[in-house]
Unconditional design. Structure first.
Length: 268
């Protein structure tokens, strides 16, 4: 039985852990919140309370075949360097034979008005981007051929309904294309790497279709009966910014469950 440790069992990590358990993996998971430990245990996940960089981590947490690092940076609360410092606290505890998946984000890319792939220059200006880039570089330096990085687009699905966040609010740049991915596909892509042993890659994880924000938010409004945004008449910018996920097809041969953000599955 293969084993997986998930550092960060939040909105994505917890259902990922549940899916891995159902697939027959032995799963260890961490949370910063004591109250969530019981939820992990009820889901047959070996639970650890870990808050980086200050936690002293039980070395048993890393005794697995695979490690998934899923701790988003909290730059607004803790600054740019906190994320890198959190990972620096664990790199020397990771076993040499362990394979690693790091959950990053397409926010590492600059705001440009054309399509972007994994080889594009990165954004060195925003705090969130700098924090993620520092983390990626740290992990690549230490693990390289044992590491695969997913740069996921906007993670949505279930209780995360994008149009709801803008209901009745003014939305100026509504003709921008969306770069979203459903939670189920993010989990599916991670499982695809684990099952096929595709290591040493940086992969964009974004649904292949890119409707506009206006189209998606109007569809959400119609489906869940809440007021749509108020769409402004300002000049539209960044209308051609599309994050491409070419490597998914060529490296993982993965078929999206939800290829079109107009038809993502949500629960109200």
């Amino acid at each position: 039985m293969a084993s997986v440790s998930i550092l960060g069992c939040g909105w994505l990590g917890f259902p990922l852990a549940e899916k891995l358990v159902n697939e027959g993996y032995k799963v260890k998971g961490s949370s910063t919140t004591p109250s969530k430990i019981k939820d992990l245990q009820k889901a047959r996940i070996e639970a650890y309370q870990i808050e980086l960089p200050k936690s002293k981590i039980d070395s048993n947490f890393f005794a697995s075949d695979f490690l998934i690092v899923n701790i988003p940076p909290q730059t607004s609360k803790k600054g740019v360097d906190h994320h890198r410092e959190s990972l620096e606290a664990i790199v020397n505890q990771i076993p040499q034979k362990q394979k690693i998946i790091y959950v990053s984000s397409t926010s590492v890319y600059p705001k440009v008005d054309y399509s972007i792939d994994e080889d594009h220059d990165l954004d060195l200006q925003s705090d969130r981007s700098k924090a993620l880039i520092q983390a990626e570089e740290l992990l690549i330096e230490h693990f390289r051929e044992k590491l695969t990085i997913f740069r996921f687009g906007g993670l949505l699905g279930y209780d995360r309904i994008p149009g709801k966040y803008f209901s009745n609010k003014k939305l100026e740049q509504h003709q921008q294309k969306v770069n979203y991915i459903h939670q189920d596909d993010a989990i599916g892509l991670i499982l695809a790497v684990l099952s096929t042993n595709k290591w040493g890659y940086v992969i964009n994880g974004v649904a292949p279709k890119h409707p506009t924000k206006k189209e998606v938010f109007n569809q959400n409004s119609k489906d869940f009966n809440f007021p749509p945004p108020v769409f402004g008449n300002e000049q539209q910018v960044l209308t051609n910014r599309i994050i491409k996920s070419i490597k998914i097809e060529h490296i993982l041969d993965y078929s999206f469950i939800y290829p079109d953000p107009l038809h993502f599955f949500y629960t109200n």
